[in-house]
Ligand binder design. Sequence first.
Ligand SMILES: C[S@@+](CC[C@H](N)C(=O)[O-])C[C@H]1O[C@@H](n2cnc3c(N)ncnc32)[C@H](O)[C@@H]1O
Length: 199
Amino acid sequence: MTRTAVPSLTAEDWNDLYASGRVAPRLIGDGERRAAHSRLSLVRGMRAVDLGCGTGKWTRQLAAWGLDTIGLDFSQVALEQACAAVSRARYELWDIDNNATSGLLLPGSVDIVSCRLSFSFFDRSRLLPNVQRWLAPRGRLYILTDVADQHDGQLPPYECAMTEEEISSLGNDGWHVRNMFRLNRRAGIVLQPSGPPGP
Ligand SMILES: C[S@@+](CC[C@H](N)C(=O)[O-])C[C@H]1O[C@@H](n2cnc3c(N)ncnc32)[C@H](O)[C@@H]1O
């Protein structure tokens, strides 16, 4: 089963999903917190961007760990809900696939790029070279995804899921897998560029 068969959702679709409450914030368990913090070797003061941040639960977690964090999403409704919660995190509306790179993302300016339950929605042929440019030396890309099983059938289009095959292909094309962990049916993957930063 591949996710390419799933129709992609527009920003308006996501706005409707968030406004109707059909997409509930994905809770962060202690296991996920511990695994991500240690596998990413997080240190206070690091700069992080949370791509596809939704209502900002994970963005706020990164900020609470002392990271200088910006959440980016193309759903205005999600960001309004995110901004309603008290946090040092900042947010910006941005269509990651279609808009020019946000002015916040200068080359070499970010230590952690995070895609929690969002990576499968993005155009990775565009995103991955961009992430290589944004990352500072030793910067890391973090992906948390549900793992799609052939017995799952058609998942709802708002679920972020990748097949085992897609997950194993992440370590190709200029990246290496630095760390990986499993939490029930989710996989956490920490990637680092395998060469020098792009132009
Ligand atoms: C399943 S939600 C995950 C939200 C959040 N990261 C979490 O852990 O709960 C996926 C998010 O990706 C966002 N998204 C999808 N495509 C996008 C794009 N092209 N640009 C920006 N955000 C996008 C959606 O608006 C949605 O908020």
